[in-house]
Design a protein around this ligand. Structure first.
Ligand code: ZN
Length: 648
């Protein structure tokens, strides 16, 4: 029989002074010491701790712990109780249901290990509370926040509703476990009240209610999917406990209907519809089955579960305006290497739908090119405004290597600065890693240059800052030189928000093609009146070739992955002066003419010695993330005060 161990803590005066320590325990002393040390932060031993109570739940290796702490009024009046057990027994749900815990305080102060019969007798069911309209509304914001990033810490202001809110959250998130190989990332940890100036760190999905934290709000990118999940949760009541004030037509409390778009409030501020309000829309089939039927031509279901809001998104490839919610959905089938219609069965559970939508695509048909179509990740249109970045450079600029190194470093090190990113199109991203990043970094291979005549979507990411709406970023490779004659390049410039101009350090001042590439791009932007809207990062690539030149030497070994407005300004000024002194004024034009711009010392490969299509000294990328971070700052994807000062 699995039991939960207990430890009780209190303040005691010893010879050496006051100490907060264990008073009684069901574990051996050594184990108690170990736990006390490990959980010091969560026992909150500050003598002046705030009054009230809080609960912490977390998993440390293979043991779950639940701390209940209470501070009545005076200094050193705090008490804490600790439950320890295997995570399969001491689940977040059990912890939340045991929170009252007053039964531990009685008797002679002796503690006993707790068996399931004891815990069962003291559980307080939160089903009904968790379905209170106010809780459901907050649950939408919490789910939305959760969906916008892959786990991590979620901070929100303290609320009386913390327990039912966490309970509902756990019930919904628990259903996601199947689609994630790393289950521990989904292992919920929580703290119901925190007012420490320096909160301790806890890895994984950690929801904490922190004094002074801003509200999550409801205007989030994932509200639509979050609403679906919460409405689904609200409808499913196991044990048939009726929700207060809500009648269930026909008694069918668990009928897996999909809330109709029309039944959902149009405004993100409006509350979640009560379950009874969600009715099956007329004309929608009760269930859809594809088994046994011959494979139809792609006539996918309308994105019935897509948001109701009339979202219009401009396709970054062909500039068509797409009514995102009305588009048929597709999925990529790796077996046949093609896209097929995505059929969401009407009886799919909310988590199943959410998972399907996360990997879904929409198809865009270029009206100007007969029969030409392309696919975009559905998620691209489901977040904040997308940012479109292009890489501009002549054929020998090392642009392809820079792009490869950037995505490789992004994969390896992330963006840093508390900014998260996730690939939007996992298959495309993985293919890029396999075909370019891995040969470049692992085998030091020279990567083939961009094919002539192409403007290609290379990769796309969802970038999110803590507490802000996530935004998609699409990275395009714009082929160099005279290729700008082609229509697709011109069109691309009508939608680009940021450009990375790649200068080959070896060609400074005598690369006419490079000069022309930059000039053409700037003239096209000027012609369309977009020059004041586009930011630029000018990259002096292959800087290893000039790394002993003043002032390049100063920057070549400076750190990457930093956002420092003052350093950025100095670096920009130095590179500008360097290019100017070498008669390479064409390269500095973006700096003079674009909305905001920075200049950077970069080396994608670290050396230029190539024999037999291999970098013989290996590949060591230098400072490839800084231009990307700077561009993200200049285009408003990064919003910190420092980020706002980047670019002149
Ligand atoms: Zn398109």
């Amino acid at each position: 029989m699995t039991v939960l161990h207990q430890v009780a803590y209190t303040w005691r005066e010893k010879h050496s002074g006051w100490a907060f320590g264990p008073r009684a325990a069901t574990l051996p002393d050594r184990a108690v010491l170990r736990w006390t040390e490990r959980l010091g932060d969560w026992l909150r031993t500050d003598p002046n701790g705030s009054t009230g109570y809080n609960h912490f739940y977390g998993v440390f290796r293979n043991e779950a712990v639940f701390v209940r702490r209470i501070q009545r009024h005076k200094v050193r009046s705090a008490k804490a109780w600790l439950l320890i057990g295997p995570p399969t027994t001491l689940t977040p749900r059990l912890a939340l249901e045991l929170r009252e815990w007053s039964w531990l305080e009685g008797g002679d102060g002796r503690l006993l290990p707790l068996g399931p019969d004891v815990t069962a007798a003291h559980r307080r069911d939160l089903q009904a509370e968790a379905r209170h309209p106010e809780v459901l509304e907050r649950l939408v914001a919490l789910m939305s926040r959760f969906l916008s990033g892959a786990g991590g810490s979620i901070v929100l202001p303290p609320t009386e509703l913390a327990y039912p809110l966490l309970w509902g959250f756990q019930e919904i998130v628990g259903g996601f476990a199947v689609d994630e190989p790393s289950v521990d990332r989904r292992q919920l940890a929580f703290e119901t009240f925190d007012d420490r100036t320096r909160p301790p760190f806890h890895p994984g999905l950690f929801v904490r209610f922190r004094k002074g934290a801003p509200d999550l709000g409801t205007d989030h990118a994932h509200d639509d999917i979050a609403r679906l999940l919460v409405a689904d949760f609200a409808r499913k009541i196991d044990g048939a406990i009726p929700m207060p004030g809500v009648s269930h037509p026909g008694g069918g409390a668990t009928e897996p209907t999909v809330p109709d778009a029309a039944a959902r409030p149009a405004s993100p501020e409006a509350p979640v519809p009560e379950p009874a309000a969600a009715t099956r829309p007329p004309g929608r089939p009760a269930a859809r089955t594809t088994s046994g039927a011959p494979m139809p031509p792609p006539t996918p279901s309308r994105s019935a579960d897509a948001p109701a809001r009339g979202r219009e998104v401009i396709c970054p490839i062909c500039l068509s305006t797409l009514a995102w919610n009305d588009l048929p959905l597709y999925r990529y089938n790796p077996d046949i290497g093609d896209y097929t219609g995505l059929d969401l069965p009407a009886d799919a559970s909310a988590p199943q739908r959410a998972v399907a939508l996360r990997t879904a695509f929409v198809r865009c048909t270029d009206p100007r090119e007969q029969g030409s179509s392309h696919y975009l990740p559905f998620a691209y249109g489901m977040h904040g405004p997308p940012a479109v970045f292009g890489f501009v450079g002549a054929t020998r600029s090392g642009k392809t290597h820079l792009l490869t190194a950037m995505i490789g470093q992004l994969e390896k090190r992330g963006l840093g600065l508390g900014v998260r990113h996730a690939a939007l199109d996992k298959a495309r991203h993985q293919a890029f890693l396999n075909e370019q990043v891995s040969p470049f970094f692992n085998r030091s291979e020279v990567i083939e240059q961009t094919r002539a005549g192409t403007v290609g979507l290379v990769d796309s990411f969802l970038v999110s800052e803590e507490g802000r709406e996530a935004r998609p970023v699409a990275l395009f490779d714009v082929a160099g030189g005279d290729l700008l004659e082609i229509e697709s390049a011109r069109r691309f410039l009508d939608v680009a928000d940021g450009l990375i101009f790649v200068v080959n350090a070896a060609e400074i001042g005598h690369d006419e093609l490079g000069d022309r590439t930059f000039g053409t791009v700037l003239e096209l932007l000027q012609g369309s009146g977009r020059l004041p809207e586009v930011s630029a990062a000018v990259v002096l690539n292959k800087a290893d070739l000039v790394r002993f030149d003043e002032p390049i030497v100063r920057w070549f070994r400076s750190p990457d992955q930093v956002l420092d407005a003052e350093a950025s300004l100095r670096e920009s000024a130095d590179v500008y002066a360097y290019l100017h002194s070498r008669g390479a004024d064409a390269w500095t034009r973006p700096y003079r003419e674009c909305r905001k711009a920075t200049l950077h010392v970069v080396s994608a490969a670290g050396s230029d010695a190539v024999v037999d299509k291999t970098f013989v000294r290996g590949v060591t990328s230098r400072r490839v993330l800084n231009p990307l971070l700077a561009l993200m700052a200049m285009t408003g994807l990064l919003t910190s005060p420092e980020a706002q000062k980047i670019g002149v």
